[in-house]
Design a protein around this ligand. Structure first.
Ligand code: SF4
Length: 291
């Protein structure tokens, strides 16, 4: 069996940057709190915990006093910064610059009085951060069916969580335009009575992977997709891989591999999410080669 690791998979640069910032801090002080899991990958978290990283929840901010707190790549709402300041907690801000930029753009539209729509998952940390920049007024939608939550008589802007899929984003945009046109009985987008903008803020680090992942999945008899079960990006990419290759299996670590998955296979591809470390995929490759 020939086993390949997808060279376009693994940590995106935003996650590499966050982990680098955490490791630098840990090298200096051997103690750092991460507000929420630093990445959605338990194996990588374990590696960082061995260096002194501890994961905490927002409620823990009220009691900790003796260490710095890392803001992970997903970012946080303004409320978190305000509370940390009140409590005298030093924050190490490792928000991905791509996310920071989207937060700023959302804020500008919010300040101009726009209704903010975010295509994303309402419980995802990045979305909670984005919504926080609108005093929690943004409306989160995850499908075309949820457009009805919006009041299309208002000036509206549509943004996206960085790891969502582009196809659905554009379907939502098209449907909103269609409904506004129908409601106000106008012929063209330019004639629409309300101002509507669609800002496609899906991260290039994620969307560029789709096409390559499709090719890679088709080119192997069996695909092993490695990601944390909580990874939103992992779920999206796994679904893409499986749609191209039905013999695609999702695992978090090498312990979950099953010998029967590889029966009759000549080639195996290993791919992962933006939160999957390269070293873990290489380790899994070694395990499969011995199966
Ligand atoms: S996927 Fe993009 S936005 Fe998200 S952390 Fe990575 S680089 Fe940043």
């Amino acid at each position: 069996m020939i086993v390949h690791v997808d060279k376009f998979s693994g940590f995106c640069w935003g996650v590499v940057r966050t982990v680098d910032i955490a490791e630098e801090e840990l090298a200096a002080s051997q103690k750092l709190y991460s507000l929420g899991e630093i990445i959605h990958n338990p194996v990588e978290i374990e590696r960082l915990e061995a260096k002194g990283l501890r994961t905490i929840r927002h409620s823990d901010l009220e009691t900790i006093r003796d260490a710095k707190v890392l803001i992970r790549a997903h970012g946080e709402p303004p409320e978190t910064y305000r509370r940390a300041k009140e409590l005298g907690i030093e924050l190490i801000d490792a928000t991905c610059p791509v996310v920071t930029k989207v937060q700023e753009r959302i804020r500008k539209y919010y300040d101009k009085g726009f209704q903010i729509a975010i295509f994303g998952k309402k419980d995802h940390a990045e979305v909670i951060g984005l919504v926080g920049h609108t005093a929690n007024t943004a409306i989160v939608i995850k499908s075309v069916d949820e457009i009805e939550k919006l009041d299309l008589a208002k000036n509206t802007v549509l943004f996206a969580q960085s790891t969502m899929d582009k196809g659905t984003f554009y379907s939502i945009r098209d449907e909103i335009q269609k409904r506004i046109k129908a409601e106000f009985d106008v012929g063209t987008f330019e004639e629409m009575a309300v101002d509507f903008h669609a800002k496609e803020t899906i991260c290039g680090q994620v969307s560029g992977r789709e096409t390559r992942l499709r090719e890679f999945s088709r080119g192997n008899d069996v695909m092993i997709f490695v990601a944390g079960k909580m990874s939103s990006n992992g779920k999206v990419l796994f679904d893409i891989a499986q749609s191209e290759n039905p013999r695609t299996f999702f695992i978090e670590s090498g312990d979950e591999l099953k010998r029967e998955w590889f029966e009759g296979a000549e080639t195996v591809g290993i791919s992962g999410a933006t939160s999957t470390p390269q070293w873990l995929m290489e380790q899994i490759k070694t395990v499969i080669e011995k199966i």
